[in-house]
Ligand binder design. Structure first.
Ligand SMILES: [Ca+2]
Ligand SMILES: [Ca+2]
Ligand SMILES: [Ca+2]
Length: 157
């Protein structure tokens, strides 16, 4: 009944695309170890918008999130403007994965192996083992996520 439905979805997708483009072209000095929002982050962001963008502005306000998710994802809003941007979501994901990685890397060799993560998590992670040494580095994980081989989740504790 609302003919504006399809166009507004298109506009939303465009806004997301534009904001991704925007942050990736304006990223500067502090982006060192950070490649900006990847396609993987853009997909996660779009999925979040599909579920929670109540005001349909193509941006994820922390106020739009259910309480449980707001508690976790709210930390992603590092500039505290009430909006989680794709860049903020990306940085949050990278930091979170790095923290989880460090915690799981019990022998501190910079690689995760089956005995450190257990069979279930290894079954998920092993697709990232690009050089086939039976261990995965954080770099391999990030590359697998960027290429879509490994699914990322921002709240997969
Ligand atoms: Ca919104
Ligand atoms: Ca923000
Ligand atoms: Ca290790």
């Amino acid at each position: 009944m609302l003919t504006s439905k399809t166009p507004s979805l298109t506009i939303r997708a465009l806004i997301v695309a534009l904001s991704v483009l925007c942050v990736s072209t304006t990223r500067s000095s502090d982006a060192r170890a950070d490649d900006g929002p990847t396609a993987a982050t853009a997909r996660v962001y779009q999925r979040l918008l599909d579920h929670f963008d109540a005001n349909h502005d193509g941006r994820l306000q922390t106020s739009e999130l259910p309480a449980s998710l707001r508690e976790r994802l709210g930390q992603a809003d590092t500039d505290h403007d009430g909006v989680i941007t794709p860049q903020e979501l990306h940085t949050f994901g990278v930091q979170r994965r790095a923290a989880r990685f460090a915690k799981a890397d019990k022998n501190g060799d910079g690689k995760l192996e089956p005995s450190e993560v257990g069979p279930a998590r290894w079954a998920h992670l092993k697709v990232a083992d690009a050089d086939g040494d039976g261990k995965v580095t954080l770099d391999e994980i990030e590359r697998a996520i960027a290429s879509g081989t490994l699914t990322s989740s921002v709240d997969d504790d």
